[in-house]
Each structure stands twice: as C-alpha cells, then as structure tokens.
Design a protein around this ligand. Structure first.
Ligand SMILES: [Zn+2]
Length: 305
C-alpha cells in the first residue's frame, strides 16, 4: 500500500514542472525528414494506395521507424469501400502520456496513403502526403525526447484518398473517448510551395487563432489563415478536405496545415524532385512550434468554437 503522501507530492511536483519551455526554444529535429519523404515517395512503394502491397510497405516502414524511437505502434484495421470492391485499410498510431493533463488528448494526423498506380503510371504523392507522413515521424521523435503536457495520439491514417476513410474510422471507433480529445492537428501537403503555408480551422475555432499567432513561423515559411470561412466556396473551402474534417464534424477543434493546390496535385508528377526541402523543413518545424504552443496553452480544455 502506498502512503497517501506520495500522490500528493507527485501532483505538487507535476504542478511545478508543468510550464514551460517557450515554443520556439527547441525546434523539431528535421535531419531525417527528407530521407523519410524520399523512401515513402519512391517508385518501390507504388503510390501507397490503401489495400495494396505498396501501402503495406509504407506501413511497415512507419512501424520500423516508430519502433526505433521506442514506440510500440498499434494498428487499427477497417474496411475500405472502393469501386472495384472492398479492401483493408490500416491506421497506425502511437500514444504519448501527457505529463500534466494525461486524461486530455491532442490527436495529430497525417495520411500515408496515396493514389497508387493508374493506367500504368505511379502516383508517388511526394507532397500528398509523404510530406505530412515524414513530418509526423519527426514530430513523434520530438515528443519522444520531450514529453507533452497533454496526452498525444499520433495517427498515420490510411485511405484518406477517396473519402477520408481512415479518419472516419478513427472517430467512429476511437481508442480514447472523443470527449477527451481537445484538438486535432492535421498535416497534408506541406512540402511543395512558394513558401506559403495555410492554416485552416481558426474561423470555426476562433480561440485557436491567438495560439497560432503567438508562434513565429520558421523562415522561409509564412503562415496564412483561411479556406474556412463562409466566403470560401467549393474547392476553396478546406474544412472537409482532409482528415481533420471528421474531427470537426464531431465538434472537435482542428488546425489543418497544407499548401495551396499546385500543378502536380494528384498527378504522377507529384514527385520528390518537385518539393522544396528548405520549405518542407521549415513547415514541419513551424507545425511543431504550433503544436507545442497549443499543448502549453490549452490547459486541458477544448478551445471554444
Ligand atoms: Zn492528401
């Protein structure tokens, strides 16, 4: 039996230890970032479509990388409906326990699937979304070395292409109660740009805007707010455009990071040689800063909508 004093002491210590390294004091280590993108976007992964050998190879690579960081990844399988029948989708996730708010969770997502092979051409999806997937690996390593205040689930989703099915599966069968999820941060297309990175989600979730504005973007990245207002119509409105959509639909605040559509978007030319390594590194570091800032600022509460 533990003496009653111990938990009280631990609480006191946790209270002292909580705040807070300034968000800009330590950037994400991006040394392996480009290599991860190159591996995921190689022809050998055949475009990483859900339910294909290339998708499985990408997943195996993620699991190997995460194990090397000390994680034991969980895999959630679900049925993916496609025109030619049903295949199996697999989300890969790892969990970090928060040091201050362990019962409140931030879910960070990036989809690792892409379009596969179509009419004999491989769609490598270097930007969409080998970039966000590699970024999520870098964030995993960062959090492994410096634990967050809130618990964090890092989820590499499958089958985003063709209906956000991995994210829909996550919210329909969540590994933690959805009530405990206070924020989703989603990375999708963060490497191909003229240095502008969009952040979407602060119009429907305005309490997040000062959190983001307090963060200094890493040069050459400029952060632009938008694609989430009533004036953004059709393809200009990104609220349901990627995996953050199903979270938003469940009333969970989100921040989505991505670049504007470009000529290589959903084309076989979305290849490693069209991404901008300096922008890519800066984009992932900037997302890491925002994530640390949100982790420090939210104090266990969902930001108001
Ligand atoms: Zn995408």
């Amino acid at each position: 039996m533990r003496p009653r004093l111990v938990p009280i002491l631990l609480l006191a210590l946790a209270g002292c230890a909580a705040p807070s390294v300034p968000a800009s004091a330590q950037d994400v280590d991006t040394a392996g970032l480009l290599h991860d993108l190159e591996v995921l976007a190689a022809d050998s992964m055949s475009g990483r479509a859900a339910g294909t050998d290339g998708g499985r190879m990408a997943r195996d690579y993620l699991v190997t990388r995460l194990r090397a960081m000390g994680f034991e990844p969980a895999q959630d399988t679900f049925a993916v409906m496609r025109r030619d029948g049903e295949v199996e989708g697999v989300n890969v996730r790892v969990a970090l326990d928060g040091t201050v708010h362990p019962d409140r969770t931030i879910v960070v997502t990036a989809h690792y699937d892409h379009l596969g092979v179509r009419e004999g051409e491989i769609y490598n999806g270097a930007d969409d979304n080998a970039s966000g997937t590699a970024g999520l690996l870098a964030l995993a390593a960062d959090f492994a070395s410096r634990p967050p205040d809130h618990s964090i689930l890092l989820v590499f989703t499958d089958a985003e292409e063709g209906g956000l099915q991995g994210a829909r599966h996550f919210v329909s069968a969540p590994p933690v109660p959805l009530d405990a999820v206070i924020l989703n941060v989603n990375l999708d297309m963060v490497a191909h740009s003229d240095a502008e990175l969009w952040v979407t989600g602060t119009f429907p979730w305005p309490a997040l805007r000062p959190v983001v504005e307090a963060v200094e973007p890493v040069p050459p990245v400029t952060l632009l707010f938008g694609h989430d207002t009533p004036d953004d119509e059709g393809a200009d409105n990104w609220i349901m455009a990627s995996d953050h959509g199903p979270f938003h639909a469940e009333g969970i605040p989100f921040l989505y990071f991505g670049v504007a559509d470009h000529p290589d978007y959903h084309r076989p030319s979305d290849d490693v040689d069209t991404i901008d390594p300096a922008f890519f590194r800066a984009a992932v570091e900037t997302v890491g800063r925002v994530l640390r800032a949100a982790d420090g600022a939210l104090a266990g509460e969902r930001p108001a909508g």
